[in-house]
Structure formats: structure tokens, C-alpha cells
Design a protein around this ligand. Structure first.
Ligand SMILES: [Zn+2]
Length: 293
């Protein structure tokens, strides 16, 4: 893997993902909305001796400003490789504030709500600014449909698959990680996961071949994924696996079912227990268990 800048050589997110690409396994990039989820994710990584990327949404940085500092502290003190990533940062001023004030390892610079030329120009400029601070950058090529917390919904736009030209354009813009659009959507697929044929594994494989190790591949939109779909995506080249509901829903269920009967402290424990267990299960699925050096 080439690094666009020497300052990125020790970047935590890229080190974790490069090791995974070399070892042919995937790494969970898991969203946390609160300290319970963050704690459960970190405990799972340590219990499984697994690398892990912790992801926060820009809206969470505003809602719970202390969470980024707690996550950064976990990254510093954990006994396994962790990194802190900001998912879907869509506001340029906020991105500049984030990289200037928070100890983040990587940011998804998501300018996909602009037209193509503007998207690329803005991505290139912001990537330079992130790299100057040693922060790695992920971008989305094509358009991944659907809405997520605090993220502008692109649902009214046609879902656009990533083209070979998109891939080259974003690599030229200097990004380190690319999130292609291959039939994956933000939001829910339904309890059975994506419909047969919805995820274009062949397209993902062709993109990975074209990339030829110049950047790393991230996969967004994994809600309701069965393990075998996740496995096929990893075999087709995806290394950074963005997960949200896939890990957290079991904890939300505990809150919904047990909030009226359990004392608060016990409720917090129960939520952390189930999220940790679910995270450990998915670390086994993606093959990252036992990979922490
Ligand atoms: Zn996403």
C-alpha cells in the first residue's frame, strides 16, 4: 500500500486496514452513540484480541461532545489496535473544526451530495488538509442510497453504482479509503438481509481489482447482513466493514423490553453485555478475532 504522505505511515486506521488487507480478513468499523456502546465495543475487541475501528457520526460529536474524548482515550489505552474514525462528515466547516480540535485518526469526507466535479474538488482539498494533520480520509464513490442519523438522505437521487471512472477520480483526489456503491444501501434491507442479487459481488470484485491495492475498500450499508453475505463481500475485497444496527440492535432491544422492570444500573450492564457478545460474534465472522498483534 502506498501512502500519499509520510505523515500517514503511522496512521492507526490505515495500519489496521493494511494488516487486514494483507491477512485477507475484515475489520469492523462500528458506530457508537453512547458510552455504553463504546465500552461494549472496546471490551469485545480486547476479549477477542481483535483490531477495531470506532466510528462516531458528526451529529454525535455535537450531541455528546465528550464521547470523542472517551473514544480517543480508549484508542490510546486499549491492549489491541483501535482507531477513531468520523463517519459521513458532510459539512466542510465541521470537518475543519473536527480535524483541528479532536484526536481522530480518520474521517469520511462525504461530499456525495454535490455534483461530481464539485464533489471531487472539495474532496481533494479537504483530503490535503486532513493529510497535513496525519489524518486518513475515506470517500464514497457513486451514491449509496438511504439515510442515517444526521446524514443527508440521497434517496431522491438515483442510486448510482460506482464506475471505473469514479474509482480513478477518487484515487486521483488522494483519498486512502474508498466506499463503493454496489447495491448496498444505508438503512434496512429487512430481516432476511439484502435480496438475492441486490449486492453486486462481481462489481465489488472488479472495483477491487481495478484499485489494485492503491486504496482500501470500505463497505457501507450492512444492516441486516447475514454472515455469508458479509463473508462474500470480504472475499470480494472489502476490508473496512461499517456496522451500526448489526451490532447495536440487540442492546436497543434490551432497552425496549427491560427498561420498565430493571434498575438503571442493571439495565446499563445488560445492554453492554449483549452488545459485547454480538460484537464478538461478528469479529469471528469477519475473521479479525485473534489478529491483534
Ligand atoms: Zn455510510
Amino acid at each position: 500500500m502506498k501512502y500519499s504522505m509520510a505523515g500517514l505511515k503511522n496512521n492507526r486506521t490505515l495500519r489496521i486496514l493494511n494488516a487486514a488487507a494483507e491477512g485477507n480478513y475484515g475489520v469492523l468499523a462500528a458506530i457508537a452513540y453512547n458510552i455504553e456502546q463504546l465500552t461494549a465495543l472496546v471490551r469485545a475487541a480486547e476479549a477477542k484480541r481483535s483490531p477495531l475501528i470506532i466510528q462516531l457520526f458528526p451529529s454525535t460529536l455535537t450531541q455528546l461532545p465528550l464521547l470523542a474524548h472517551a473514544a480517543a482515550q480508549a484508542v490510546k489505552t486499549a491492549s489491541v489496535p483501535l482507531s477513531l474514525h468520523i463517519d459521513h462528515a458532510q459539512d466542510e466547516a465541521h470537518i475543519r473544526e473536527i480535524i483541528a480540535t479532536l484526536p481522530v485518526d480518520s474521517v469520511m469526507v462525504d461530499m456525495s451530495h454535490y455534483d461530481e466535479a464539485e464533489n471531487l474538488a472539495k474532496t481533494e482539498r479537504l483530503t490535503r488538509e486532513c493529510h497535513a494533520r496525519g489524518i486518513a480520509v475515506e470517500a464514497e464513490s457513486g451514491r449509496i442510497n438511504g439515510g442515517e442519523d444526521g446524514i443527508a438522505d440521497t434517496g431522491d437521487l438515483e442510486a448510482l453504482f460506482t464506475s471505473p471512472e469514479d474509482v480513478d477520480n477518487f484515487i486521483s483526489a488522494g483519498v486512502d479509503i474508498l466506499a463503493p456503491s454496489v447495491g448496498n444501501v444505508h438503512g434496512d434491507y429487512g430481516p432476511a438481509g439484502p435480496a438475492e442479487g441486490q449486492i453486486h459481488f462481481d462489481r465489488l470484485e472488479a472495483i477491487d481489482k481495478q484499485i489494485d491495492k492503491r486504496v482500501l475498500v470500505a463497505l457501507h450499508g450492512t444492516n441486516d447482513f447475514p454472515p455469508e453475505v458479509m463473508g462474500r463481500c470480504i472475499r470480494a475485497g472489502a476490508v473496512k466493514l461499517n456496522v451500526n444496527k448489526l451490532l447495536l440492535e440487540v442492546g436497543n432491544e434490551v432497552l425496549r423490553k427491560e427498561a420498565a422492570t430493571l434498575p438503571l444500573v442493571r439495565l446499563i450492564d445488560r445492554q453492554m453485555e449483549v452488545v459485547q457478545r454480538e460484537t464478538e460474534r461478528w469479529m469471528d465472522v469477519v475473521g479479525s478475532s485473534g489478529r491483534a498483534a
